[in-house]
Write a protein that binds this ligand. Structure first.
Ligand code: ATP
Length: 335
């Protein structure tokens, strides 16, 4: 018999509920007690928890968000906060802690493990897909699909009026969503951390303006730029305004924002979340610890937590090169 604690932390991601369900079902399979802590690490610090039954996870596989709620928890960045979290784990006689979240959440788990003897397991759940050593994180596929659906609609109206749209996508400081969505939406341009240097702002403005004028004059069609959040100085609206002023053509900004986080998880996320959720409790049963449960080439992998947070996962270099050399409209000189 083991007592397992489970929490979701950092940005919520579609598929977190599917992972919670898989953890709870597997824990019950092994006759382990499973306790959910609410609002990320805050639940540990402030003793907000609930024993999770099979009924609690009935019907949640298709729901976005997380039934355990999520939150940032600044207290975890202080030694006192970490000590409080550890004190709760000891008071509640927890043997193993599973955290579903991003690299920040994993860093919290590593800090806890320095003061606490229990088993610690991380499940990668973030729409950003920026965690190293796992092909995908839970929530990424749904976020990409949601953004593509939204952009297809924007494209319809942009085509009708031959308009220029600049769509800002989430991803914090990585371009996985931006590149995957941009390429899948046949965006004329993709601007992301991997292909843009802030020092080049003036040169890129000139390039983009000339390209927009050329394509709009010759093709009479829409022109779509997708851009990563936190990239352009003062954001996507500022880029739109600058391009409008230089080209004399209306460039409309559109920030997709939080719709990328919500919605029912796609099959790929439900399956990934279920596989990782089951494997996390199996790992605990086998006395494994200090691991992230990830997936590579369709197989579950066990990665040292410390390795998982060492580097941010890079965007596939073939995607970046294909966009630069072939797919970007700048290459289509016949237009
Ligand atoms: P996402 O990628 O979706 O934003 P994340 O897990 O990376 O998810 P963060 O906001 O970076 O999100 O981290 C979530 C929480 O993890 C923080 O609010 C904090 O409680 C804890 N945390 C982050 N970094 C550390 C750290 N270095 N030490 C201790 N705890 C941390």
């Amino acid at each position: 018999m083991k007592n397992i604690a489970l929490l979701t932390s950092g940005g919520d991601a579609p598929g977190m509920n599917a992972a919670i369900r898989a953890v709870v079902l597997t824990a019950h399979h092994y006759n382990f007690n499973i306790t959910g802590y609410f609002h990320g690490y805050n639940g540990l610090i402030h003793n907000e928890s609930k024993s999770l039954s099979l009924t609690d996870v009935n019907g949640i596989i298709g729901r976005g968000g997380t039934i355990l709620k999520s939150a940032r928890c600044p207290a975890m960045l202080t030694p006192q906060g970490i000590q409080q979290a550890v004190a709760s784990l000891e008071k509640d006689q927890i043997d193993a802690l599973i955290v579903i979240g991003g690299d920040g959440s994993f860093n919290g788990l590593i800090e806890i493990s320095l003061l606490w003897q229990g088993q610690v397991i991380g499940i990668p759940g973030t729409i950003d897909n920026d965690i190293d050593h796992t092909d995908f994180t839970i929530g990424f596929s749904t976020a990409v699909n949601t953004a593509i659906e939204a952009i297809d609609k924007i494209r319809d109206t942009a085509d009708a009026f031959e308009r220029v749209f600049i769509v800002e996508l989430m991803g914090r400081n990585s371009g996985h969503i931006t590149f995957n969505v941009g390429i899948s939406s046949a965006a004329e341009q993709i601007l992301s951390f991997e292909n843009f240097d802030c020092a080049d702002t003036t040169a890129r403005l000139t390039e983009l303006s000339e390209d927009i004028k050329r394509v709009q004059t010759n093709r009479h069609a829409s022109y779509l730029i997708v851009i990563a959040e936190n990239l352009w100085p003062d954001g996507c609206s500022s880029l739109a305004q600058q391009l409008t002023e230089i080209t004399g053509i209306d460039c409309t900004p559109c920030i997709l924002g939080y719709i990328q986080r919500g919605g029912s998880p796609v099959a790929k996320d439900r399956l990934l979340a279920t596989k990782l959720g089951v494997a996390s409790v199996q790992a605990i049963n086998e006395e494994k610890t200090h691991l992230m449960i990830g997936e590579q080439n369709n197989a579950v992998v066990f990665i040292e937590l410390i390795e998982a947070v060492k580097h941010q996962k890079k965007v596939n270099s073939q995607l970046i090169k294909a966009q630069k050399d072939i797919l970007s409209v700048t290459n289509q000189t016949q237009i």
